[in-house]
Design a protein around this ligand. Structure first.
Ligand SMILES: [Fe+2]
Length: 318
C-alpha cells in the first residue's frame, strides 16, 4: 500500500473517485478536491483553523430556514453568485439585459396583479413612485404577455419576509401588454444592510466590510421562447453602487428616479423606467439559470433528498 503524504493525498482521492459514473459529477468533484487541497496547502491550513471553518459551515446550515438562506448570502458575499451569473450570461445566444442576483428574498408565492396596481401595502408619504418599462427582444421588438415578477424592500429597508414570514408586501407579478409595457406603483427602493446577525455577517464584520447593498428592485422575467431573465435595477445616485457587498450592482443596470417623465404611463408621481431585453431561448436554457431560490423551496428540496432510502443501514465510520 502506498504511503499517503501531503504530496500524494490529492492523487489518492482522485483515484478513488474515478469510479463516479456521472461524468459531470466526476468532473466537478475532481476539480473541487484539487482546488480545496491546493487552498489548504497555499495557506498551510492548521487543524484549529479547519475546525473553525467546519464550525462556520455548521452555523450557516443551522441558520437556514424557509425564510432565511445563509448559504445564498455566503455565495453572494464571496462573489460566487455574480461569477456564476456572468458565466451563464455568456451562454446566451443573443445579448440581452445582464443578469443580477436573485438573492435570498425571492418568494414563489407572489400574487399576480393588474397593470398599474400598487405592490406597497405600507408606504411612507413621499416614498411612492411609478415603476414601468418595456420588455423587448434583442432587436427591440416588444414582447407581449411576458411575466414580470418584482420584489423589493419597503420604506424601512426590509423585505416582507424579514418582518413577517407569512404576509406579502412589496412584491407582485405583472404581465406585459401588446407593446411590451409593464407598469405598477411602488415605493422608492432603499439601500440596506444584508442580515449581519449570523455567521456570514460575522465574516463580513471580521473583514471590516460595510455589509451594504445599493438601493435596488429585483426582476424575474419569463416569456415563451425566451431565456428567463433574473436581474435588478439599481439607483444610480446610491453611494454603494460601486461597492455592493454582494457584487450585484452594475453600471448598465443603473437608473434614475425621474421627477416628471413625459413618457410615464401613470402621471402625478416620480417614476423609474427600466427596460429589459430578452435573449431567445437556447439549449443552455433547459436547466434553470437562477442562482438562488425561494428559501422555502430549498428547504423543501433538501428535506426530500434526505428521505432518499439508502441501500444498507448506515454504520458508524471509524
Ligand atoms: Fe435585494
Amino acid at each position: 500500500m502506498r504511503e499517503l503524504t501531503p504530496e500524494t493525498i490529492t492523487a489518492a482521492v482522485l483515484d478513488q473517485m474515478a469510479t463516479t459514473p456521472d461524468p459531470r459529477l466526476k468532473k466537478i468533484m475532481a476539480s473541487a478536491v484539487k482546488h480545496l487541497h491546493a487552498f489548504a496547502r497555499d495557506v498551510n491550513l492548521t487543524p484549529a483553523e479547519w475546525i473553525k471553518g467546519i464550525e462556520f459551515m455548521t452555523a450557516a446550515g443551522k441558520m437556514c430556514t424557509a425564510e432565511r438562506q445563509e448559504f445564498i448570502l455566503l455565495s453572494d458575499t464571496l462573489g460566487l453568485s455574480a461569477l456564476v451569473n456572468g458565466m451563464h450570461d455568456k451562454t446566451a445566444i443573443e445579448e440581452g439585459t445582464h443578469t443580477s442576483l436573485l438573492g435570498p428574498f425571492y418568494r414563489e408565492t407572489t400574487p399576480k396583479l393588474a397593470a398599474g396596481s400598487s405592490i406597497a401595502r405600507r408606504s411612507k408619504p413621499g416614498s411612492e413612485c411609478v415603476l414601468y418599462g418595456r420588455v423587448t427582444n434583442s432587436s427591440g421588438a416588444p414582447v407581449a404577455d411576458a411575466t414580470v415578477s418584482i420584489w423589493q424592500t419597503g420604506a424601512d429597508g426590509l423585505y416582507d419576509i424579514q418582518e413577517n414570514a407569512t404576509s406579502i408586501d412589496y412584491r407582485g407579478v405583472f404581465t406585459t401588454n401588446a407593446d411590451g409595457i409593464y407598469m405598477l406603483r411602488t415605493v422608492k427602493p432603499l439601500g440596506y444592510s444584508i442580515p449581519m446577525d449570523g455567521p456570514v455577517g460575522n465574516m463580513v464584520k471580521a473583514q471590516a466590510r460595510h455589509g451594504m447593498r445599493p438601493a435596488h428592485i429585483h426582476f424575474l422575467v419569463g416569456a415563451s421562447g425566451y431565456r428567463e431573465l433574473v436581474t435588478a435595477l439599481y439607483l444610480r445616485d446610491d453611494p454603494h453602487l460601486a461597492d455592493d457587498v454582494v457584487f450585484g450592482s452594475s453600471g448598465d443596470l443603473a437608473v434614475e428616479v425621474a421627477a416628471n417623465d413625459p413618457d410615464c404611463p401613470i402621471g402625478g408621481m416620480p417614476s423609474i423606467r427600466f427596460d429589459m431585453r430578452l435573449s431567445r431561448e437556447s439549449a443552455a436554457d433547459k436547466t434553470s439559470g437562477r442562482v438562488g431560490a425561494d428559501p422555502a423551496a430549498i428547504v423543501r428540496r433538501a428535506t426530500n433528498s434526505e428521505r432518499v432510502p439508502t441501500a444498507a443501514p448506515a454504520r458508524a465510520g471509524g
